[in-house]
Design a protein around this ligand. Structure first.
Ligand code: FES
Ligand SMILES: [Fe+2]
Length: 443
């Protein structure tokens, strides 16, 4: 059996508790950014058009002809696989009169794309295929200028099994934009994971309200008090360029539930969720994570295990590594898979957003995972919509977070609110808003 501490090619560094957090100031964060249309317009121009954005999963495009639609703010994008198996990204718009090219589906497979308005058609690589009644266009008297009438391409690249895209190019490659993240997450082999759940929700809040809500664990005590019975509310925090991460221990307790002997039902459920038998456990509630580590090490070399446990430190087997990739993608990273949270701005309303719950998992090669994208406009009950079995300790937390964003949005724009007042456990929020301001100021 491997110990988990052998020398690895890739290594996810721990966060050193003794390194003091940087000081980013103490001032309030202004509230207009959460509801102003003008602020939203500036974000589009100076932020979303400039950064590398995370798009669909590569695995959604398997065969020539497969396509996926992905939206960001006011734009819709079409990603397709051409006959040579190259993946392309385009603005989803016909070059005749600006009709949206694909508007009735989020994904599918086509031999080519035909605009539903006047039937101009485009090949899978975005080049113009045909124009009905071309003789009626005086512009074509010397032939159709195909090179000026193809779909408008966008720059794409790949990391972690995701397609990334950028609307305005500069010299920053995707890898340098991601900074330390690819090296930190290499042991997890996210590119080998497959979709388990892909659900989009229309939420009544600015995208940054959700982003902020998921980037600190200070809210466990108020919003998720049940988590104190199976997780450590205090996070270890680290800023990584514009990105950041925090690590919380699971399989333990937080005050006021520490120091006792009772194995709370939620802690038992956490053990069951992780394949352990709680009846075998004899230690203290705060030490359950140690048993989880021992349990995982005991099974890691079994033939049917696909999670890369042997490439993980002991900490990675029990703690939740929460990575935030600026400006709108967060992941709870586990050896078995990730729970991804993507925050997308709405097309027109600064007080609405799209929240994508993207769950990935390691599966034996060749396993067919029935994952279907779903979109929910109305409030939902997570335990009713999950396609895969999810423990109540997970769905309860997701539900509490989802239900709170609109409540936060309502209060944020009140005349009685003076601006956000952030503590050290919310340092990643301050960092995020500082980075956002830097983009908006064109720095
Ligand atoms: S707008 Fe697409 S064919 Fe006319
Ligand atoms: Fe939460």
């Amino acid at each position: 059996m491997s110990s988990g501490n052998h020398k690895r090619k890739y290594f996810t560094p721990p966060i050193d508790n003794d390194t003091p957090l940087p000081s980013l100031g103490e001032q309030r964060i202004s509230k207009d950014r959460f509801s102003s249309g003008d602020f939203m317009a500036r974000e589009w121009t100076h932020l979303w058009r400039k950064v590398w954005n995370v798009g669909p999963r590569v695995e959604e495009l398997c065969q020539p002809g497969d396509f996926v639609i992905h939206t960001l703010g006011k734009e819709s994008f079409l990603f397709s696989m051409a006959d040579d198996k190259q993946i392309h990204g385009f603005y989803n718009v016909c070059q005749h009169r600006g009709n949206q090219l694909v508007s009735d589906r989020l994904c599918g497979s086509e031999k080519f794309f035909k605009c539903p308005f006047h039937a101009w058609s485009y090949n899978l690589d975005g080049s113009l295929k045909g124009i009905p009644g071309a003789e009626h266009f005086p512009q074509f008297r010397d032939g159709i200028p195909k090179d000026t009438l193809g779909l408008e391409p966008i720059e794409i690249d790949f990391w972690g099994g995701f397609i990334w895209f950028r609307l305005e190019s500069d010299n920053t490659s995707l890898l340098s934009f991601l900074g330390d993240i690819p090296e930190h997450l290499a042991p997890y082999r996210i590119e080998d994971m497959r979709l388990l759940e892909y659900k989009t929700f229309l939420w009544d809040s600015n995208w940054k309200v959700a982003c902020d809500a998921f980037n600190e664990s200070y809210h466990f005590r108020g919003l998720h008090p049940q988590m104190l019975k199976w997780a450590d509310e205090k996070a270890r925090i680290e800023l990584l360029g514009d990105h950041s991460r925090m690590i919380n221990k699971y399989g333990t307790t937080s005050a006021p539930f520490s120091g006792g002997e009772e194995i709370y039902p939620e802690l038992r459920e956490w053990m069951l969720y992780n394949g352990m038998n709680p009846d075998d456990y004899e230690g203290a509630p705060e030490d359950v994570w140690k048993a989880k580590t021992a349990f995982t090490r005991s099974i890691q070399d079994q033939g049917d295990i696909t999670a890369p446990y042997a490439d993980m430190t002991d900490e990675q087997l029990t703690d939740v590594y929460h990575y935030f990739i600026f400006p709108g993608f967060a992941m709870n990273v586990f050896p078995e898979g990730i729970n991804g949270f993507r925050y997308r701005p709405h097309e027109s309303d600064p007080e609405k957003m799209y929240y994508d719950l993207i769950m990935l998992a390691h599966y034996p090669k060749g396993t067919k995972i029935p994952c279907e994208r779903k979109f929910f406009e109305e409030k939902v009950k997570y335990d009713e919509i999950a396609d895969t079995p999810m423990s109540y300790i997970i769905t309860d937390v997701l539900q509490q977070d989802a239900d709170n964003v609109s409540i936060n949005q309502k209060g944020l724009k009140s005349d009685g609110f003076r601006g956000m007042y952030l503590g050290d456990q919310e340092l990643r929020l301050r960092h995020f808003h500082n980075c956002l301001d830097r983009y908006l100021n064109g720095e």
